[in-house]
Design a protein around this ligand. Structure first.
Ligand code: NAP
Length: 267
């Protein structure tokens, strides 16, 4: 029987590339998105459905899963991809901004896992793939809120894999480095505070400077597919993040810090 993947945030970027890649590999794809009208032409394939799913609206999670089961009869892999970044100094973040950030990147992600787990336990197999970030392992300037969510995703995923193993359910983490998507320009919200204007501008300039040099999301889609199909218990896959992770581990903290400051905070 053809395998089925359910992906959150499949309207653009890594989610869309992943949906297309699984489709190319002849999977059935439930490409969920907040606004199904955003789906590209690829989504007219009969192996694709696009149920509405907004991580800030818990009822849409259950409805999207039920719709997927009604159309395809099964779910084998859940890819928790949807997310955005709240950037800026923590001192300037409002509680609404922080709640929205954690609601989307953490609580929403938890709600999709909780919604598929009864099914995965019953069928005694299933793979949950959570898209974190190298920002879930390393903190960079002006990213406290966003990286806080990704560290949370790392922690809960690493812990959950032990409790889910007896049920034949695997948990995987994808930790991309910078990738060229809508993320930097449309997927980022900024918290502001006048005392931090200089650093905010430096980080904005850094992001604009690097955007055109970043790799396309296809390579992350391939890493997600590998995580779904390699039958291993490997937890972490870090497409385009390996070098940073290696340097962060190997370099003395003093040298690592000055490297980050020179890279991101130069005028
Ligand atoms: N690009 C990078 O450099 C990078 C690096 C590391 C990790 N990541 C992670 O990769 C994931 C995908 O990001 P991307 O780079 O592909 O950016 P993107 O092109 O902006 O895609 C983000 C997706 O998440 C969706 N989304 C946002 N809020 C949502 C909500 N409340 N409910 C449902 N969907 C929601 C967006 O939907 P709309 O179209 O409706 O806005 C969009 O489909 C994110 O989790 C991000 O943190 C990205």
């Amino acid at each position: 029987m053809t395998n089925t993947v359910l992906i959150t945030g499949a309207s653009s970027g890594i989610g869309e590339a992943t949906a297309k890649y699984f489709l190319q590999k002849r999977w059935r794809v439930s490409a969920t998105m907040r606004s199904p009208a955003k789906a590209g032409h690829w989504a007219t394939d009969p192996k694709v459905i696009c149920p509405p799913l907004d991580l800030t609206k818990p009822d849409t999670v259950e409805t999207a899963i039920q719709e997927t089961l009604r159309q395809f009869g099964r779910i084998d892999v859940l890819v928790n991809n949807a997310g955005y970044a709240l950037m800026g100094p923590l001192e300037g973040v409002t509680s609404e901004q922080l709640q929205q950030q954690f609601q989307t990147n953490v609580f929403g992600l938890v709600s999709t896992m909780q919604a598929v787990l009864p099914l995965f336990r019953q069928q005694r197999h299933g793979t949950i793939i959570n898209v974190a970030s190298i920002g879930g392992r390393i903190g960079f300037p002006m990213t406290a809120s966003y990286h806080g969510t990704k560290w949370a995703v790392e922690g809960l995923s690493e812990s959950m894999r032990f409790e889910l193993k007896p049920f034949g359910i695997r948990v995987k983490l994808i930790e991309p480095g910078g990738i060229k998507t809508n993320f930097i320009h449309q997927g980022v919200n900024w918290a502001i505070h006048p005392e931090y204007n200089q650093m905010i501008n430096q980080v904005k300039q850094f992001m604009t400077r690097i955007n055109d040099t970043l790799p396309e999301p296809d390579s992350v889609a391939k890493a997600i597919y590998r995580a779904a199909t390699d039958r291993s218990d490997r937890l972490r896959y870090s497409p385009h993040g390996e070098l940073f992770l290696l340097l962060h581990t190997l370099l003395p903290d003093r040298i690592w810090r000055s490297l980050v400051e020179r890279m991101m905070l130069e005028r």
